[in-house]
Design a protein around this ligand. Structure first.
Ligand code: SF4
Length: 282
């Protein structure tokens, strides 16, 4: 028996970005997207067949007089400056949650003491983190986990934020450790993890417990997929990560045989992809 977890699939930020892309493409106009619209190769391919052209930053700087969609991850100020210089029309699909976080970081950067440290718990090089750090003229310190805490100076003020898709548990441990290490300086932390992600943790763990085998469907580049898969795996050791139907190996299919199989995914996993996997297993 196979079932797809009810709330798996795109979060509202990604749904909105894809809708915007589809609307523009249906008008028949040429549309570029700066970076993959979502960290899911199959969905990127689907939109490419509709005409969406994915470009990287270098290509973006070379373009003039075109339309470019900015995806849900958000962008640093430099992207908007380039667009203005090159007469590029921006279709801004930055997620409102990310945009709000960018504003908060920018306000802190503008109002904190000059030697204060703006710290972002996030993945270096991730598009959202680039956009967040850009609000601080790239002066923010990026920490990927507890092992990076020795990068901070505990004698100077610290303002901690998080990338929206990181783990709440690790964030809490980071806060505890900083509180413990702080000397005579100000420490302020803001749990800015998106609740579309954080609230998923318990639901997914329950779902993983209720099934014999879990097939987690997610893109290899998706940080949200990594976090959520880790939760499934810790709740049910018979959890497998696949990106598409071709990764459903004979071993995995055998493990699913005559079992209660649960299929779930990240906020970047399209429902149609999970349905494909379910059909193959049934
Ligand atoms: S996970 Fe949350 S912050 Fe990120 S795009 Fe989705 S809704 Fe927006």
């Amino acid at each position: 028996m196979t079932s797809i977890e009810a709330k798996s699939g795109f979060c509202f930020g990604v749904i909105k970005a894809i809708q915007k892309a589809e609307e523009e493409l249906q008008k028949g106009r040429q549309l570029y997207c700066l970076g993959d619209i979502v960290h899911n190769e199959q969905e990127v391919e689907r939109l490419a067949t509709m005409g969406l052209i994915t470009i990287n930053y270098e290509q973006f700087t070379q373009l003039h007089n075109v339309k470019v969609l900015l995806r849900a991850h958000g962008e640093p100020p430099s992207t908007y400056e380039i667009a203005q210089r090159n007469n590029i029309e921006i279709i801004d699909a930055s997620c409102p949650v990310v945009r709000h976080l960018q504003e908060r970081i920018r306000n802190t950067y503008n109002s904190a003491k000059p030697d204060a440290q703006i710290v972002i718990y996030g993945t270096k090089g991730h598009a959202e983190v680039i956009g967040l750090a850009g609000q601080t003229d790239n002066k923010a310190i990026i920490i990927e986990g507890e092992n990076d805490l020795d990068k901070l100076d505990y004698n100077r003020d610290i303002y901690l934020y998080s990338q929206t898709t990181k783990s709440v548990d690790t964030f809490r441990r980071i806060v505890e450790q900083i509180e413990h290490k702080m000397q005579d300086a100000h420490f302020e932390w803001h749990d800015t993890i998106c609740r579309q992600v954080a609230n998923r943790t318990k639901e997914l763990r329950d779902f993983a417990h209720q099934h014999d085998v879990i097939i987690f469907v997610g893109g290899k580049k998706s940080s949200n997929a990594k976090v959520l898969f880790a939760q499934c795996k810790s709740a049910n050791e018979h959890s497998y990560f696949v990106s598409d139907i071709t990764e459903l190996t004979t071993d995995i299919q055998q493990a699913c045989h005559d079992k209660r199989v649960g299929i779930c995914g990240a906020t970047s996993t399209p429902l149609w992809l999970m349905q494909q996997i379910a059909e193959k297993i049934d």
